[in-house]
Design a binder for this molecule. Structure first.
Ligand SMILES: Cc1cc2nc3c(=O)[nH]c(=O)nc-3n(C[C@H](O)[C@H](O)[C@H](O)COP(=O)(O)OP(=O)(O)OC[C@H]3O[C@@H](n4cnc5c(N)ncnc54)[C@H](O)[C@@H]3O)c2cc1C
Length: 822
């Protein structure tokens, strides 16, 4: 092991606007982009030398395609930057746009690859499907006997990781950034939620903003800064061969997921690595002192199964000399995505870390986005899949994080099945109904640690998902739950909803400022509202119920618990006497939904719950079985119903009462997959899929939920008003495709009159309408209105095939109508 050289001779300034901790590719790229954006009062602190963390030992593959459009865009930005950086800085980067090849060796994988190609087209990336022979022409050193097909992304490439980082650092220095090597950050000075100064072995620097880009050291740095950064170190190995005569220098990078391996050309030989199904965690008790420019001992036994797979693909590997075998640890995260953004625990701390062995590919884009986040307090576009606020309660336990991360690592190249659930760390958070639902056949999914019933099997022994790209084994069961909701009544356990109490003399004033809809209504009013950013984009989508003159009860999606809490807390005006507390675990939620819901609930309560006495959009406190239950008359499934918010200790009792009272009405348990189908028929939008910070309420067709009439001022109002004056450049529409054999999953490409205009933001089967349903935005720079939408002829690209579909501008299902709209 080489040790740190801490000279203590580095001259630090006393103050900087931005301090970046970490001189790997991410810290250097962030520094480079801050300078580009005109901020040069920046100091980058590196405990040893630039690149001496994970960056120096990366393999250097640069792939772009991800499952999210904006993350793909971020990686596409990296490619653009890497193409020109050498010219700009004069320092070589080793960038080579030799393309990327992805193989498929069985039918299911081929379907996955074809769907990935469609996703690439949706996101504007060129990705061709190839026959095995065409793939061989591009990659002549492989055996193609087992190949079904392949896909080729011509703009993928490779770089030299250390060189590109030095090149970024050089650009940063030219832009005025001060880079201090041999400077280890050891602690921070706090002023409440704000970090005021950074302590190092070379002195203390005051700062306005702190950016943690510490790679696998980030968890520890986060602890010092009071920020939870859930990542762990995992060993990752690859080998480098001597020259192989048949390897051309323009060989594309190759991913062979069925054999869990990847390849790239290097100096006439090959780099070959992979993702083992049994990954080995590293540094479970902390990273040893002085671990820079350091590699771990090779573990040939562990690598051998991958090598066997690699030799089967590239037979000449068997005789190739091995120049180097390399075992380097890298930071991985519980969901395989990196961690970016403003830390919710602090006012001025930002994070860019946890790059899961694609930090070189992400470096350019992630640095650009992080720099903008630091300077403008918001990212350039929605980055929810990598946002640090996607984590929650269980991610504070590093052992939980480690187990889940090892699962994510082991699945890196396995089939990414539709609707696939994680297996590790379960069950974790359970509603009081969990055991009862298990015994009744619930098959659970998991979100932020919560077990949530996805569907119910008639035989509890069969409550297991069987994954495929066709209709999965739960399809009929979910259809029955769906039908029960439409025709009779069902109970959904939605206890995992995130819930907050906002209270104080100025609670209404604070929420009026944060909410786009008018929430300043009488006690007992439930308001569906969005919370907008200053660009008019939708940051949160939730219900706000007035409980008292100075108290509100807010309910939002399970997965948005940290995000929405942070958004609301940080936007409460400082002159308001208002506070927010998370009350999620105090309340269980039983949603009683369906046309017979009233007949089930009425006998259990003394209050009149007729439509006249208890209309839609109201909350009454109902006494049931000794509990005071908050009954919210709302619905996400398009039927009569109540969300019954029940103090947790009463949940099991009230559930039993509902089930007994509903027996004669044919009550059933129903799960989240039925909700998905029901809400698609009603075209109810889902945040993080159909709506989010990049979409305004006008574009999403939610203008009716924005209060522009009363003249009250709220965040995003000016942006919405400005947008009203211009043609919309995108607009949400609904599409149907009646063929049951086609499975829509989301991200399918939308074509209007033969031109690509967008992709499906969410999709599924509608059991009442008997069609595939997709929601998605139609985009057109010169305007999208109703006439434009209706004038087009539409197709959807599904797994490479274009299929005609129908456009709808109204929800497909309306319970007021005798028949569903078709
Ligand atoms: C074997 C292997 C192969 C890989 N192959 C690829 C690939 O082909 N393509 C790809 O895109 N990615 C690949 N990666 C991943 C890539 O190497 C990383 O994602 C990337 O280097 C992460 O960069 P970083 O800046 O986040 O972290 P690092 O490079 O680790 O930088 C963090 C820096 O922070 C410094 N630091 C930590 N604590 C302190 C402190 N207290 N004070 C001051 N400084 C501190 C460290 O010294 C370090 O230099 C691979 C990784 C491995 C291990």
């Amino acid at each position: 092991m080489s040790g740190n050289s801490k000279t203590g001779m580095v001259d630090l300034p006393g103050q900087a606007r931005v301090i970046i901790v970490g001189g790997g590719i991410i810290g250097c790229s962030t520094a480079y982009h801050l300078a580009k954006m005109g901020c040069n009062d920046v100091v980058l602190l590196e405990q040893h030398k630039l690149t001496s963390g994970s960056t120096f030992h990366a393999a250097g593959l640069v792939g772009q395609l991800r499952t999210n459009a904006n993350i793909t865009q971020l990686l596409g930005y990296s490619v653009e930057l890497y193409q020109t950086l050498e010219q700009e800085t004069g320092l070589a980067t080793g960038w080579k746009m030799n393309g990327g090849l992805r193989l498929a060796c069985n039918e299911a994988r081929w379907t996955e690859v074809k769907r990935q190609a469609t996703t690439a087209h949706s996101f504007g990336l060129d990705m061709h499907l190839l026959t095995p022979q065409e793939a061989l022409d591009l990659w002549p050193v492989m055996d193609i006997e087992d190949l079904v097909g392949a896909a080729f992304l011509p703009t993928d490439g490779q770089v030299n990781p250390s060189d590109i980082t030095q090149s970024l650092a050089s650009g940063a220095r030219k832009g005025g950034v001060q880079i201090c090597e041999d400077t280890e950050v050891s602690g921070f000075d706090f002023d409440g939620d704000t970090i005021r100064a950074v302590h190092t072995n070379n002195g203390t620097i005051r700062c306005e903003r702190l950016v943690i880009c510490g790679g696998q050291w980030s968890h520890r740095l986060g602890q010092l800064a009071g920020v939870n950064i859930p990542l762990v170190s995992v060993q990752h190995q690859y080998l480098v061969t001597d020259r192989i005569a048949s390897v051309p220098t323009d060989l594309p990078t190759l991913r062979d997921p069925d054999r869990l391996t990847y390849f790239k050309e290097e100096v006439g030989g090959l780099v070959m690595g992979g993702y083992e199904p049994n990954p080995i965690p590293w540094a479970q008790d902390g990273i040893p002192e002085g671990f820079n420019y350091t590699l771990l001992d090779n573990d040939w036994d562990h690598f051998e199964p991958l090598l066997e797979q690699a030799i089967a693909r590239v037979p000449s590997l068997a005789d190739a000399g091995i120049k180097q075998m390399l075992n380097g640890p890298e930071s991985f995260t519980p969901d395989g995505n990196f961690i970016l953004g403003a830390a919710p625990e602090r006012k001025n701390v930002f994070v860019g870390t946890g790059f899961n062995a694609f930090g070189i590919a992400s470096g350019g884009g992630a640095g650009m986005a992080l720099a903008e986040w630091v300077l403008k307090d918001q990212p350039p576009f929605d980055l929810w899949p990598v946002d640090i606020r996607r984590f929650g309660q269980p991610h504070k336990d590093i052992e939980w994080v480690r187990k889940r991360t090892l699962e994510a690592y082991s699945k890196h190249y396995t089939m990414a099945w539709p609707h696939e659930e994680n297996k590790s760390c379960r069950p974790c958070r359970r509603s009081p109904l969990y055991d009862s639902l298990v015994s009744q056949g619930a098959c659970f999914g998991e979100k932020l640690g919560w077990e949530r019933p996805n569907w119910f099997a008639s035989n509890p022994d069969c409550a297991l998902d069987e994954y495929s790209f066709e209709r999965q084994n739960w399809f009929e069961a979910v259809g029955q739950e769906h039908q029960a909701v439409r025709e009779r009544v069902a109970v959904f356990d939605q206890s995992s909803f995130a819930k907050y109490r906002v209270s104080g003399a100025d609670a209404a004033r604070a929420l009026c400022w944060i909410c786009a809809n008018d929430i300043d209504a009488s006690v007992g009013t439930v308001v569906y509202t969005q919370m907008l950013n200053h660009r008019g984009g939708i940051e949160c989508d939730l219900t706000v119920t007035r409980i008292g003159e100075e108290e509100f009860y807010l309910v939002t999606g399970t997965g948005f618990a940290t995000h929405d809490l942070d958004w609301i807390r940080s936007n409460i005006p400082t002159d308001c006497d208002a506070r927010i507390e998370d009350v999620t675990t105090a309340w269980a939620v039983l949603s009683l939904m369906g046309p017979k819901a009233r007949e089930v609930l009425q006998p259990l309560v003394r209050d009149d719950i007729s439509n006249a006495a208890f209309p839609f959009g109201r909350m009454h406190e109902l006494a049931i079985c000794g509990a005071m239950v908050r009954a919210l008359r709302v619905s996400y499934v398009g039927e009569l119903g109540w969300e019954l918010h029940v103090p947790v200790e009463f949940a099991a009792t009230i559930y039993q009462e509902l089930m007994s009272a509903g027996k004669d009405h044919g009550i059933v348990n129903a799960g989240y997959r039925a909700i998905e189908s029901l809400r698609l028929e009603k075209a109810y939008r889902a945040w993080s899929a159909d709506i989010g910070p990049d979409y305004s309420p006008l574009e999403a067709g939610l203008g009716w939920a924005v209060d522009l009439k009363s003249g009250k001022s709220f965040i995003g109002r000016e942006a919405v008003l400005a947008q009203k004056q211009q043609p919309l450049v995108k607009s949400l529409a609904c599409f149907t495709l009646p063929d049951k054999d086609v499975v829509l999953l989301g991200r399918e490409t939308i074509y209007r009159d033969n031109e690509r205009v967008g992709w499906l933001s969410s999709a599924g089967w509608g059991y009442t309408t008997n069609t595939n349903i997709g929601l998605g935005y139609v985009r057109n720079a010169s305007g999208v209105d109703k006439d434009y939408l209706q004038a087009g002829t539409y197709e959807l690209e599904v797994a490479g095939e274009r299929l005609p579909c129908e456009l709808h501008l109204q929800p497909l299902y309306d319970p007021g109508m005798s028949k569903p709209k078709r």
